[in-house]
Write a protein that binds this ligand. Sequence first.
Ligand code: PGA
Length: 221
Amino acid sequence: MDHKLIVANWKSHKTVEEGALWLEELAKSLSSVDFSSKTLVVCPSFTSLALYVPLITNLKLPVILGAQTVSSYEEGAYTGEVSARQIQELVEYVIIGHSERRTLLHETDNAIEAKVGLAQKYELKSIVCIQDETTLIPQGTTIVAYEPPAAIGTGNVAAIDDIERVARAVTEKNPDIKFLYGGSVTDENIQHFIQQPFIDGILVGSASLDIKRFLTLLQQW
Ligand code: PGA
């Protein structure tokens, strides 16, 4: 069976302690989820990463950490920026170009290209968020997440036809790329996505915050 990728994007939610409780709750329910068919990536805020590395090891969790973004600068006098070289110590994956960053923080295609290049240099797997099939997918991208802005946080998932069209356009040009869908995926609608051969996984925002709800989602895939 194909290994599916499930990415939990916590955005600016959860303190270090709240996230640790979530991981501890997950540890208690591990036997209820079949992890042989999936890879689970959790993306908390930078502030939590260094603590969760040993916590995940101690709890023996099948969880891989990811970052929600990375600097487009490699190293130097860039106050507040966190570089690929720094996060490489803590995570395997990094989300790049989320539409919230493009819109609210004015992240450009040039910056996104630089981020993917640095992620590749420091052996991080980049999950590049695209808004449609015309969004630039920089060289070195490992995974693409199709996240139509109208579907993010609204409860309005994209139509399967639309996801299939974008998946085909992306994988025709980039045959080795994994294709994820994100935007209002929940424990209640996960079934729509499970059976689609062109979807290699999902990126989940709000429905990943509550561990009970997220477990219900995990148990179905
Ligand atoms: P959502 O967010 O699941 O809350 O729609 C997804 C995302 O923005 O990654």
